[in-house]
Design a protein around this ligand. Structure first.
Ligand code: ZN
Length: 76
């Protein structure tokens, strides 16, 4: 199972795109960055019933967080 479907970050204002591997919240132009997802893969693989039994916090949706390694989820 994939644990993150984040592909990259893109600027909400200009054409700038950034790697989701780097922690960055603003574009060089000063506008906030948006998280982009591989929606096709997400729709194919991510089912709502996978959320059953997960902790009731942000990590519930770890597929939607820019994580690099699955262990990050447990090392918090
Ligand atoms: Zn920008």
């Amino acid at each position: 199972m994939k644990y993150s479907y984040v592909t990259h970050l893109s600027c909400s204002k200009c054409e700038g795109t950034y790697s989701s591997k780097k922690i960055q919240q603003l574009c060089t132009c000063g506008a906030p960055l948006l998280v982009n997802y591989d929606l096709e893969e997400l729709q194919k693989n991510f089912k709502k019933d996978q959320l059953v039994g997960r902790s009731n916090d942000l990590w519930r949706y770890h597929e939607l967080l820019p994580l690099e390694r699955e262990e990050t989820i447990y090392e918090r």
